[in-house]
Write a protein that binds this ligand. Structure first.
Ligand code: AMP
Length: 284
C-alpha cells in the first residue's frame, strides 16, 4: 500500500493505473475507522482492481460550534487496517493540500439545493455544502469508476447521487448497508464520546426505528402516528433529546403523510453533547 499526502503525487500514481485500464473504487472517509468503514472498503476491494481510500477530516463541513477540533483521529491504526484489507492507495492530505488558500478563501461551493436544507440540513446549516464540495474535489482528484458510501448517512447518499447526476459525473455510487453494534447502535466514529450511561441511552435510536418497522408491518400507514411513537419512545430516555424524526420520500426527502410506497425513516438525537443519527429504509 502507498500512503500519499499530495494531490500531484496521487494524480501521477493514478494516471499510471488508468493507462493500464484498471477499474478504480474509491472510499472517502474522515478516518477513525470502525466496521462500517471497513465493510465499504471490503466491498470496494471485492469489486475493483484498484482501491483508493481517503482520510480527511473536512473543516468545511463542520459548523463553528461543532466538533472539528476534537473529532477522533488515529491515522496509524487506520493505516494498518487499510493494509490488512488490501487498500492500494491511502490518500491522507493535510487541510492546506485540499484548501491551499484556506477554507475562508474558497470561492467555489458545490451545493445540492433543497435536498441539503432538509433533515440534518435544518440543524447543520452549510454541512452538506461542505460535504458535496469536498467530495466533488476528491472525485476530480481520484476520478474513480465507483465510489462507496454508507447508508447510515442516508441523506448524504441521496445528495451525492443527485450531485453526480446533475453535474454529469461519470461515477457509479454504491451505498453499503449500515453496520451496527451487537445491541443495534449504528457504528459511528462519534460513539467513542459516549460515557457508559449515554452509550446505554443511545440504544433508543435503533429501538425506536424497530418499533416503527413493527407498526408498519402491522399495517399502520399514518406517518404522524409512527413519528409520534418514535418521539415518545426517545423522550422516555432522560439523556436523549430529539433533533428531528422524519418520514420522507427516499429520493426527494420531502415529508410523507400517508405511507404508500417506500419511506425513509430518519432521526437525529442528541445524547449529552453527542449528536447521533440513524435511519431505516422501509421498502413497503
Ligand atoms: P465518515 O468517516 O463518518 O465520514 O464515514 C465515511 C463513510 O463511512 C461514509 O460513507 C459513511 O456513511 C460510512 N459509514 C459510517 N458509519 C457507517 C456504518 N455504521 N455503517 C456503514 N457505513 C458507515
Amino acid at each position: 500500500m502507498e500512503t500519499i499526502k499530495r494531490v500531484t503525487e496521487l494524480r501521477a500514481r493514478l494516471a499510471g493505473i488508468r493507462r493500464q485500464g484498471k477499474t478504480v473504487g474509491f472510499v472517502p472517509t474522515m478516518g477513525f475507522w470502525h466496521e462500517g468503514h471497513l465493510s465499504l472498503l471490503r466491498q470496494a476491494r471485492a469489486e475493483n482492481e484498484v482501491v483508493v481510500a481517503s482520510i480527511f477530516v473536512n473543516p468545511l463541513q463542520f459548523g463553528p460550534s461543532e466538533d472539528y477540533a476534537s473529532y477522533p483521529r488515529d491515522l496509524d491504526r487506520d493505516g494498518h487496517l487499510a493494509e490488512e484489507i488490501g487498500v492500494d492507495v491511502l490518500f491522507v492530505p493535510a487541510v492546506t493540500e485540499i484548501y491551499p488558500r484556506g477554507c475562508q478563501e474558497l470561492r467555489t461551493i458545490v451545493e445540492v439545493q433543497e435536498l441539503s436544507g432538509r433533515l440534518c440540513g435544518e440543524f447543520r446549516p452549510g454541512h452538506f455544502a461542505g460535504v458535496t464540495t469536498v467530495v466533488c474535489k476528491l472525485f476530480h482528484i481520484v476520478e474513480p469508476d465507483t465510489a462507496y458510501f454508507g447508508q447510515k448517512d442516508a441523506q448524504q447518499v441521496v445528495i451525492i447521487r443527485r450531485m453526480v447526476e446533475d453535474l454529469n459525473m461519470n461515477i457509479r455510487i454504491v451505498a453499503g448497508p449500515t453496520v451496527r453494534e451487537n445491541d443495534g447502535l449504528a457504528m459511528s466514529s462519534r460513539n467513542v464520546y459516549l460515557n457508559p450511561a449515554e452509550r446505554e441511552a443511545a440504544r433508543v435510536l435503533n429501538r425506536s426505528l424497530q418499533q416503527a418497522a413493527e407498526q408498519l408491518k402491522t399495517g399502520e400507514r399514518d406517518a404522524a402516528k409512527v413519528s409520534a411513537a418514535i418521539r415518545a419512545m426517545i423522550e422516555q430516555e432522560q439523556l436523549a433529546k430529539v433533533d428531528y424524526v422524519s418520514l420522507s420520500d427516499p429520493a426527494k426527502l420531502s415529508a410523507v403523510s400517508v405511507i404508500e410506497s417506500p419511506v425513509l425513516i430518519a432521526l437525529a438525537v442528541r445524547i449529552g453533547k453527542v449528536r447521533l443519527i440513524d435511519n431505516l429504509l422501509w421498502a413497503g
